[in-house]
Design a protein around this ligand. Structure first.
Ligand code: NAD
Length: 315
């Protein structure tokens, strides 16, 4: 008999929130999932639709649409609510409106006594994670964002394709901003236990260039999906699932999430994507990669981009 039920609150039942919820239903591993959205009718419809698949699911679970009071005892609140860009709206204005969305969510969520872990997916995810941390007043360990988890998965997939191996056997990270200034530290990329840089030594120049060009392919991936189908959601849904499971099962897995740096990598006071150990309490510690001087410089630039974006909205 379990002591406590494993409960997830999904706040924002759009493409991203529901891709996660559907993945959670298919994979199992929680006992209860509450869906919250400002559009209550949509949340209710989504709950019905998921429940109609329960008979085929791996495990039984309770799924329902609810309010913030229903989230009070959740282990993790997945923050996937957001507003979309208005025509002509700049990045800063969109960010300000999304911060207002988080304020509208976090005030009632906290006043209901929610004491779990906040996991943000809303973009720009690094600054939104910082907003969640500031608005909640929670310890930094308990507030994280999806960061470069999806970007790292994209890199691993592409490397897996190039070397014809399972992406699970590719150990490579994308770090920095989840966005244009992110970087792939090639010095830290491995296939099994072989460094990608060593594998490439004997390969023709074109092949080396094709591999290093994958970092551009990763940073442009979201735009290409958006051009083709207007939004990205399955990949991020699975990234959220991976992080939530690491929390629920106290896995101590290393995942590239957005977390607050306070001295690590020589950086201060910035939420940014880095590998970190994820436990039931959230982020236990940041894993410091041995970056080359050039990678370090690129990482600092990415952090500075995020700091400036945060400052532009008073964060
Ligand atoms: P969507 O428009 O489909 O869904 C957003 C949902 O938020 C809507 O259902 C809306 O009603 C709800 N919402 C808005 N204001 C709310 C409020 N105050 N309270 C509760 N709910 C509210 O958007 P989406 O495609 O699901 O994307 C959601 C966010 O995830 C966006 O910011 C998007 O950019 C981001 N995203 C992040 C990544 C990543 O890697 N981190 C990847 C893809 C998308």
């Amino acid at each position: 008999m379990k002591d406590k039920i494993r409960k997830i609150a999904v706040i924002g039942t759009g493409f991203v929130g529901m891709s996660f919820a559907y993945a959670m239903l298919c994979d199992g591993g929680c006992d209860e999932m509450v869906l919250v959205d400002i559009d209550e009718k949509k949340a209710a419809g989504e709950a019905m639709d998921l429940n109609h698949g329960l008979a085929f699911a791996r495990e039984n679970m309770k799924i329902y649409a609810g309010g913030y009071a229903d989230c009070a005892d959740a282990d993790v609140a997945v923050l996937a609510a957001g507003v979309s860009q208005k025509p002509g709206e700049d990045r800063r204005a969109l960010l300000s409106r999304n911060i207002e969305v988080f304020r509208a969510i976090l005030l009632p969520l906290l006043s209901c006594g929610f004491n779990g872990i906040l996991l943000a997916a809303t973009n720009p995810v690094d600054v939104m994670s910082r907003a969640a941390w500031k608005l909640s007043g929670f310890d930094k360990k308990r507030v994280l964002g999806t960061g470069t988890a999806l970007d790292s998965a994209r890199l691993r997939y592409l490397l897996g394709e190039k070397f014809s191996v399972d992406p699970k056997n590719v150990h490579a990270y994308v770090i920095g901003e989840h966005g244009d200034s992110e970087l792939c530290p090639w010095s830290q990329a491995y296939v099994s236990t072989k460094a990608v840089i060593d594998i490439l030594k004997d390969r023709p120049q074109e092949e080396q260039e094709a591999i290093f060009a994958l970092s551009k392919e990763v940073s442009g991936a979201a735009m290409r999906v958006i051009e083709a189908k207007k939004a990205t959601y399955y990949g991020i849904g699975l990234a959220l699932l991976r992080i939530v499971k690491a929390i629920l099962s106290d896995e101590k897995s290393i995942l590239t999430v957005s977390t607050l740096l306070q001295g690590e990598y020589g950086e201060e006071d910035v939420f940014v994507g880095v590998p970190a150990v994820i436990t039931k309490d959230g982020v236990r510690e940041v894993v410091s990669l041995s970056l080359t001087p050039q990678e370090t410089q690129q990482f600092h630039l990415s952090c500075e981009t995020l700091r400036q974006l945060g400052r532009s909205v008073g964060l």
